[in-house]
Design a protein around this ligand. Sequence first.
Ligand SMILES: NC(=O)c1ccc[n+]([C@@H]2O[C@H](COP(=O)([O-])OP(=O)(O)OC[C@H]3O[C@@H](n4cnc5c(N)ncnc54)[C@H](O)[C@@H]3O)[C@@H](O)[C@H]2O)c1
Length: 316
Amino acid sequence: MKILITGGTGFLGRLLAERALARGDEVTLFDIAVPPDGLGALEGRVEIALGDIGDATAVVDLVKGCDAVIHLASMVSAGSEADFDAAMRVNIEGGRTVLDAARANGPATKVLFTSSLAVFGGSAMPEHVDGMTRPVPQNTYGMTKAVMELLVNDMSRKGFVDGRVARLPTVIVRPGKPNTAASSFASGVIREPLTGVESLYPVPLDMTLCVGGYRTVADGLMVLLDAPADAFGDDRVVNLPNITVNVQEMIDATKAVAARRGIELGPFTSAPDANVQKIVGAWPVSMDAGRALALGCPGDTGLEPIVESFVADYLS
Ligand SMILES: NC(=O)c1ccc[n+]([C@@H]2O[C@H](COP(=O)([O-])OP(=O)(O)OC[C@H]3O[C@@H](n4cnc5c(N)ncnc54)[C@H](O)[C@@H]3O)[C@@H](O)[C@H]2O)c1
């Protein structure tokens, strides 16, 4: 299979590229930039194309001849909240550009889009949402994702593309530096102490979060990419499996893994941030993932295996 991954040099793009290469796919990563420390083990095994997702000519050229596009390029939550116009340009106009390019390539072109639990929100939102809970996003990022969900659904219904949408929980543990996602601390609270750095967590210890381990999220995305079109029925949007944890449990799991592995941890420090609390506090604490599980997406069994995998994959 020939696959284009937009936003491909980012966290999930690299994980998906590894999985696609491992089964013999041909992969091109399209992104605005390559990280300063390079692409590690992907170097030389993928095509790299640099550019902006709004460059329709470049995107049409890159999509031509592909069997699938995994569309990840996006501004994330705090960044989108800070700059509405940029979020509209990158997340919605960029998304439309990708869908139009896939449509021009042919109706069998698969488009896998990553939405987010941030589509949910509002005072009437239940803590546990299911596939039929109405998205009422309380931030610009979530709004852009909700718009794209509808667009992918309708362009699939029309037979323009073969779209599929994964609603992701907060994915942990992101390696490297924090990003501008409001939920970035959910990785930082595990990653920073394990690398001897102070962890500044901006929310109360008992704040609950809806998270997924990066291995299961990446594996789940590949399952959705491969699923037959008719498995989605008339709704292409699927909540990925997730677990509900609070910050104290994340700290406890990090301490347990560190103790087992003899890792000396950096300190955990409370640093309240009202903006982060407002954005993250508006999200659901769990999403029903019955459809994803039925399609074969894996789920996490707890926090410690996620922390263990992070140590094995990124710190060894
Ligand atoms: N990681 C999570 O916790 C999470 C949760 C929910 C949804 N998502 C979604 O999954 C996708 C991938 O997430 P990620 O964690 O890998 O993010 P990331 O920030 O690591 O990767 C996104 C990539 O998009 C690129 N990009 C941004 N603007 C661009 C533009 N104008 N043109 C071309 N490329 C551009 C960035 O350079 C980056 O490499 C995103 O759409 C994100 O919204 C992620």
